[in-house]
Design a protein around this ligand. Structure first.
Ligand code: ASP
Length: 322
């Protein structure tokens, strides 16, 4: 019996200003449309999430692909992971500077490599050898981000001390760059296909003014992304360091495996992130039964979901939607 497909995407969790809501909603809806085309055509969840994420990587609204945050040196460095819940095969890239669509490179690793993870130049070489187009780093940089970095660096040491105090981490230097007011526009997608398989993908430019070589949670298996047919497909966004310390995507999938509903697990994951490490962010969770959950503790998170019965998108509502 064919299974009804489900697709859920997110485009970052933060204190998104009103002026940016429309662009985010349009972006997640476009991603949803691209992924849904694959799913209704009987395509694999893996293909659907790849296409959905590519749309958001190509959209300068988001912190993924072109238009991403710049690191301290003024360069774009991208991370992405994609994972197949049927086989547990995964592909990840970290700190790539010349790949326009890191999720495409991650997909090639998943499909064509015995390895799971490539970083830096080796990842770029692997991508090029497998037909993924490379580009110069400046092709990924847009004026908005040059200006954002300039402003940020101009006001840094003062904002550093204030931000750290505000976060409740007086000893955490630089934690102001992860305050919810600072945009977290990482993108992600989870899907269920007609064959009953689930998959997840996450792609990011990381955090503003990050140190060169800094890797976030997004591309780390079990942290920013995870998928297993027997538990859940999960994608997270937010302040990456706490998320990775808690291995949050796998933590959430384990709660689903133990018999909990994904909407409960999503909310619990965000509660755990807050309580344990004063972290903030958002999460989408989907099971092979088509139940899903969306949660965040930031003022807003861009999300969209589609089933055969309904399509929804928003920036405020989270929790039980499946
Ligand atoms: N989690 C990402 C990182 O820390 C940032 C984000 O989600 O926007 O690299």
């Amino acid at each position: 019996m064919a299974i009804d497909p489900v697709l859920v995407v997110h485009g970052g969790a933060w204190a998104m200003p009103d002026s940016m809501v429309e662009a985010h909603l349009l972006g997640v809806r476009n991603a949803l449309a691209a992924g849904w085309r694959v799913l209704v055509g009987g395509g694999a969840a893996l293909n659907a999430i790849e296409e959905a994420v590519v749309v958001m990587e190509d959209d300068e609204t988001f912190d993924a692909g072109r238009g991403s945050f710049l690191n301290r040196d003024g360069r774009v460095q991208l991370d992405a992971l994609i994972m197949d819940g049927a086989t547990l095969r995964a592909g990840g890239v970290g700190c790539v500077e010349r790949v326009r669509n890191p999720v495409r490179a991650a997909r090639k690793i998943l499909s064509e490599s015995p390895h799971v993870y490539f970083v830096g130049e080796g990842a770029e070489r692997f991508a090029a050898e497998h037909g993924v187009e490379l580009c110069a780093n400046d092709k990924l940089i847009i004026p908005r981000e040059v200006e954002r970095l300039r402003e940020y660096q101009a006001k840094t040491p003062t904002s550093r001390a204030e931000g750290a105090r505000e976060m409740g981490h007086p000893t955490a230097p630089g934690s102001e760059m992860f305050a919810p007011e600072i945009s977290h526009d990482t993108v992600g997608a989870v899907a269920l296909d007609r064959d009953g398989n689930i998959a997840a993908a996450t792609s990011t430019g990381g955090t503003l003014n990050k140190a060169p070589g800094r890797l976030g949670d997004s591309s780390l298996i079990g942290c920013g992304c995870y998928a297993d047919n027997s538990s859940a497909a999960v994608s997270t966004t937010g302040w990456g360091e706490p998320i990775m310390k808690l291995v949050l995507a796998k933590w959430t999938a384990d709660r689903v495996m133990a018999g909990n509903l994904p909407e409960w697990a999503a909310q619990e994951a965000i509660n755990y992130l807050k309580q344990r490490l004063n972290g903030h962010g958002g999460i989408i969770v989907l099971t092979a039964l088509g139940q899903f959950g969306i949660a965040h503790n930031t003022p807003r998170m861009a999300w969209a979901c589609k089933t055969v019965k309904k399509e929804e998108a928003g920036v405020e509502r989270g929790g039980a939607l499946g």
